[in-house]
Design a protein around this ligand. Structure first.
Ligand code: PGA
Length: 253
């Protein structure tokens, strides 16, 4: 059966020293009180090697927030999937709405990134979600369908099965405006039905679909209680151990 996962997305926050402090504290806290789900921290590139070393013997996974759409070579400032994997990281967030909106990442570029991540044994956490105007026009399902189809649906089932999906309504990211658990459940069930149509029920049932967008300790339990919500991709609340732990505890009785 699919895994429950809480993944932190630090975005462009924390110096190296601050990041190291955070994961040391998190490691201790989660060793003392074991989580009921998989826990991952996705950090800026420069933190990865240090964080992966600290978390090597722990119950916490490590991921990047992005990787390049090229294998290697003259791409100044880029970081390849192979480089990410060489740090010990096992995950990579791809298709985050901030990458799509601010850095022009198209469906085609994301397709390349997904392929390279998979080729390097990284688990992509692939983000999809509509902006407010699309939600208001009731176009959220078609937007999300297109995002899935355009970047992922050329994958064979065996490769698709390695992905984690994250539904992040853009209007809920960093805004304090969380989707209601009903809105989240409806969309997650829709996503699962689309995956089932394309890859069959077994693949769909085994795909973890995370919710992201202003998820915090006070709403995590209700969101994670939805049958098709398999955890969260957490921005702001991942920057303090107490908050992140509070979200992780959304999976506790
Ligand atoms: P947020 O960000 O939790 O700060 O809304 C979530 C995300 O963008 O992954």
């Amino acid at each position: 059966m699919r895994k429950n996962i809480v993944a932190g997305n630090w975005k462009m926050n924390k110096t190296l020293q601050e990041g190291i402090e955070l994961v040391k504290e998190l490691k201790d806290v989660l060793a003392a009180d074991k989580p009921n789900c998989d826990v991952v921290v996705c950090t800026p590139f420069i933190h990865l090697a240090s964080v992966a070393t600290i978390l090597e013997v722990s119950n916490i996974g490590v991921g990047a927030e992005n990787c390049a759409d090229k294998v290697s070579g003259a791409y100044t400032g880029e970081v390849s999937a192979a480089m990410v994997a060489s740090t010990g990281a096992k995950y990579v967030i791809l298709g985050h709405s901030e990458r799509r909106a601010y850095y022009g990442e198209t469906a085609e570029i994301l397709k390349e990134k997904v392929n390279l991540a998979l080729a390097n044994d990284l688990t992509p956490i692939f983000c999809i979600g509509e902006v407010l105007a699309e939600r208001e026009a009731e176009k959220q399902n078609e937007v999300v369908y297109a995002q899935l189809a355009e970047s992922l649906f050329d994958l064979p089932a065996e490769e698709f099965s390695k992905l984690v999906l994250a539904y992040e309504p853009v209007w809920a990211i960093g805004t304090g405006k969380t989707a209601t658990s009903q809105q989240a459940q409806d969309m997650h069930a829709y996503i699962r039905s689309v995956v089932a149509e394309k890859y069959g029920k077994e693949v769909a049932d085994n795909t973890s679909i995370l919710y992201g967008g202003s998820c915090n300790p006070s709403n995590a339990k209700e969101l994670f209680g939805c049958p098709d919500v398999d955890g969260g991709l957490i921005g702001g609340a991942a920057l303090k151990v107490a908050d992140f732990k509070g979200v992780i505890d959304g999976f506790k009785a």
